[in-house]
Design a protein around this ligand. Structure first.
Ligand SMILES: [Zn+2]
Length: 125
């Protein structure tokens, strides 16, 4: 009995992640060359840095508003006043539980149901 073996070669189209050219060679190859790899990684790093910069800018503004209020001895400030100066409540650096408090770097604040926040400060660094 004769067995025939057929090998089916399935050609999988792979393209360079940077320029889109068809790739040949190793199955795990993602780029044409090191120029494409560098260009792709630089773009990725740039986009990541832009996202971090945007978030840092918001946190810096929040910190600055808390710092200004605290420095002026206002340990209690209205939420509407903070919002009017661009404070963004959904950005903070950490939280505490029981009681629930928000942290922005070295300021801890509690949102009351009276439309104000109470500011505490951790030690200066
Ligand atoms: Zn390429």
């Amino acid at each position: 009995m004769k067995l025939d073996f057929y090998i089916f070669r399935q050609k999988i189209m792979r393209k360079c992640l940077e320029c889109g050219k068809e790739l040949s060679g190793r199955i795990d190859k993602k780029f044409c060359d090191s120029t494409c790899r560098s260009s792709f990684n630089n773009k990725k790093r740039f986009e990541l840095n832009q996202k971090v910069k945007r978030i840092n800018k918001i946190l810096k503004r929040n910190f600055s508003l808390l710092d200004k209020a605290y420095s002026e001895n206002k340990k209690e400030i209205s939420i509407s006043s903070l919002l009017s100066h661009g404070f963004q409540f959904n950005y903070f650096t950490s939280t505490l539980k029981n009681p629930y408090k928000l942290i922005c770097y070295n300021y801890i604040y509690t949102i009351s149901n009276k439309g104000v926040i109470f500011i505490e400060k951790l030690s200066d660094y």
